[in-house]
Ligand binder design. Sequence first.
Ligand code: 6CM
Length: 259
Amino acid sequence: VQTEENDSNLEEFGTGGPARNHVLWSEIDRVCSEQLRYAREGVGQGGNGWQIFADEGEIKMYKREEEVNGLVMDPLKAYHSVNGVTAREMCHYFFMPEFRNEWETTLEDCTILEKISSDTFVFLQTHKRIWPASQRDALFWSHMRKITDGLDEDAIDMWVVCNNSTEYSKQESKNSKCVRIFLTVILACQTLLPPGKTKNDKLSRDELTCKITYCSVVNPGGWAPASALRAVYKREYPKFLKRFTGYVIDQCKDNPIMF
Ligand code: 6CM
C-alpha cells in the first residue's frame, strides 16, 4: 500500500517541498511561524485593546482599532468550532483556488500567478468594488502546512494556511482604477476527537470537531472612509466565517475523512 508516509518519491504535502528552493521561501517560512505564534496569543480580558464585535454561538470575533496615517488597519482575531470536518479539510478548501468562488463573496476575479509547489501559490485577486471606495485588489502568496509542535492538549493534528501580500511579482492590476491592499491572514485549525479515540479508529463525521482561529490584518492601501470600512468588516467577516465553514461541512459530508 502506498501512503504519504512510506513513499519518499511523493512530495510530502504541507512541508513546503520544492518551495524550499524558491526566493520567497525564507519569508514564507518566517511569516508562517510569526503568524502561528500570533494566532496562539489569546485576546485577554479586554485590557489589551481587543474588543468583541461578534458573538454568535461558537463564533467569537475580536478587533483592535488601529489607524496608521488615517487608514483603518484594525487587526481581527476570530474563533470558531465546527463539527464534522478535520483541520486538513478546512484548510484544503480555504487554500485550493478552485473552491474560492463558492465561499468568498467579495471576489470578482482570482488568478494564479505562480504555482511554487503544490502547497504554495501566488495569487492576484480582484475584489468587488464597495461604494463609495475604489475597487481593491491583492497580490499575495498562500502557503498551507502541517504543524507538528505546540498543539493544544486535546488536539490530534493541526494545519494552517497563511496568506501574505508580496511585491515580488510586479503584476499590474487588472483594472487600472484598483487600489492594491496589503493583507496578512492566517487560518489555523486543529482536529479534536472524542476521548480515547485516535485517527486509526473507524470514525464517523459526527465524532470530528475542528477548532479554528482566523486572524487578519488588511491595509486598505489608500484612502477609504474609516466608518464605512469598519461597517463593511463588521458585516463581512462573520458572513465569511459562517459561509466558509458551512461550505466545507457540506462539501465533506459524503466524502471519506481526510486527515
Ligand atoms: O481570508 C479571506 N480570504 C482569502 C482568500 O480570498 C484572502 C483574502 C483576503 C482579502 C480580504 C479583504 C477583502 C476586503 C476588500 C474590500 C475593501 C474595500 C473597502 C471599502 C470600504 C468602503 O486572505 C476571507 C476574507 C473575508 C473578508 C471579509
